[in-house]
Design a protein around this ligand. Structure first.
Ligand code: NAD
Ligand code: MG
Length: 383
């Protein structure tokens, strides 16, 4: 029996993680559930899974959650600081971070310091502070298991290859809803169009990131830290069917890949049950249903966010943090119809050009740069 804390249990990954846990009741005990604002779903989840603790981010909802769980033996905390405390509890073996954005940084760092096993969906954490996180994980013997489907595929392809150097990592991208579209077309696309992802149903922020290809850029940086592979050896290939989840090439030219239907429950389960593969009821891949698997080069001219992510990672230091912060604000502005699609890369490029290179050494320093970058952009949009 493994005990688990799910941070962001009310989101797309969080609810799918609970689906996995629900199918394997003898393997997992949920000890912690957390949500930012969706108190009703958090209460419902707490009643079903009877965790030790729940945390509601929005402090104004504390009384409401507390009252609703009065008769259940569940402790209720509120606020962001509580997240950093609950991940360290002795009763927790695995921390699954399904929080979106840089908000996941501090709690995961604390969980790593406490030597917990980490199942990481929150890619922004590694994008912003990959060096700090991976070093802390090494020092504290905290293993980080990828949840992102591409990184799970790479992880699975690397199994048994410990002594074999990697020549290339090839991350697949669906291309999102705007694959093959021109710059002219993209000038005027709406958030409704951008939110229609062809293959995956996900939270709004990552869905917009998929439409701009920033998601792939963030995943390149995530892969660099997770697998200690230099940026020059990480490539992106567009594979619209989302069946091949990513590939690894070795010195002899052999390429290994992991395939499956686009269903996040599979990589979530693997991160939680590694190294075991357990039988489940998930739909199976039938090759006759997918007779054509295609691959093409990504278009970095039409989708500049991917290029910007490579640039930020190449520069290193605070640049990926600036890239991520600017992207988070720009996506939020786009989701509220305050800017157009191409304002997203423009805002990011401007923020990177303005930023002074530095090498943050702590979570607090990263969060200060995140805040400063966001505030400057928000001021210019009166947001
Ligand atoms: P989502 O928006 O559906 O859910 C986000 C969760 O985080 C919610 O439970 C919310 O309550 C919580 N949250 C939001 N803001 C918070 C804050 N400031 N503080 C604390 N908690 C907060 O997002 P998602 O699609 O589930 O994505 C979560 C993470 O997983 C992202 O980093 C995303 O890139 C990554 N990811 C998602 C998918 C997917 O299929 N959805 C796939 C791969 C990776
Ligand atoms: Mg992914």
């Amino acid at each position: 029996m493994k005990t688990i804390a799910i941070l962001g249990s009310t989101g797309s990954i969080g609810t799918q993680a609970l689906d996995v846990v629900r199918q394997m009741p003898s393997l997992f005990q949920v000890e912690v559930l957390t949500a930012h604002t969706n108190a009703d779903l958090l209460i419902q989840q707490a009643k079903e899974f009877q965790p030790n603790v729940v945390v509601i981010g929005e402090e104004s909802q504390y009384e409401y959650v507390k009252q609703a769980l009065w008769d259940d033996d569940v402790k209720v905390y509120a606020g962001t600081k509580a997240l950093c405390d609950v991940v360290r509890m002795d009763c927790v073996d695995i921390v699954l971070s399904a929080i979106v954005g840089v908000a996941g940084l501090a709690p995961i760092y604390r969980a790593i310091e406490a030597g917990k096993q980490i199942a990481l969906a929150n890619k922004e954490t590694l994008v912003v502070a990959g060096e700090l996180m991976t070093k802390a994980a090494y020092d504290n013997r905290a293993v980080i298991y990828p949840v992102d489907s591409e990184h799970s595929a790479i992880f699975q392809s690397l199994a048994g290859e410990f002594h074999n150097p990697v020549r290339r990592i090839i991350i697949t991208a669906s291309g999102g809803p705007f694959r093959g579209k021109t710059r002219e077309f993209l000038q005027n696309v709406t958030k409704e169009q951008a939110l229609k992802h062809p293959n995956w149903s996900m939270g709004n922020k990552i869905t917009i990131d998929s439409a701009t290809l920033m998601n792939k850029g963030l995943e390149v940086i995530e892969a660099k830290w997770l697998f200690s592979v230099p940026l020059e050896q990480i490539e992106v290939v567009v594979h619209p069917q989302s069946i091949v989840h990513s590939l690894v090439e070795f010195a002899d030219g052999s390429v290994k890949a992991q395939l499956g239907l686009p269903d996040m429950r599979l990589p979530i389960q693997y991160a939680l049950t590694y190294p075991n593969r357990l039988a489940n009821e998930l739909p199976r891949l039938n090759f006759a249903d997918h007779p054509t698997l295609t691959f093409e080069e990504p278009d970095m001219e039409t989708f500049p966010c991917l290029r910007l992510a490579y640039e930020a990672s190449r520069e290193g230091g605070c640049m990926p943090c600036v890239l991520n912060a600017a992207n988070e604000v720009a996506v939020s502005l786009f989701l509220r119809d305050k800017i157009g699609f191409y304002d997203i890369p423009r805002i990011i490029e401007d923020a990177m050009a303005r930023a002074t290179y530095c090498t943050p050494a702590s979570v607090e320093e990263y969060l200060a740069i995140d805040k400063e970058t966001k505030e400057t952009i928000k001021q210019s949009y009166k947001d």
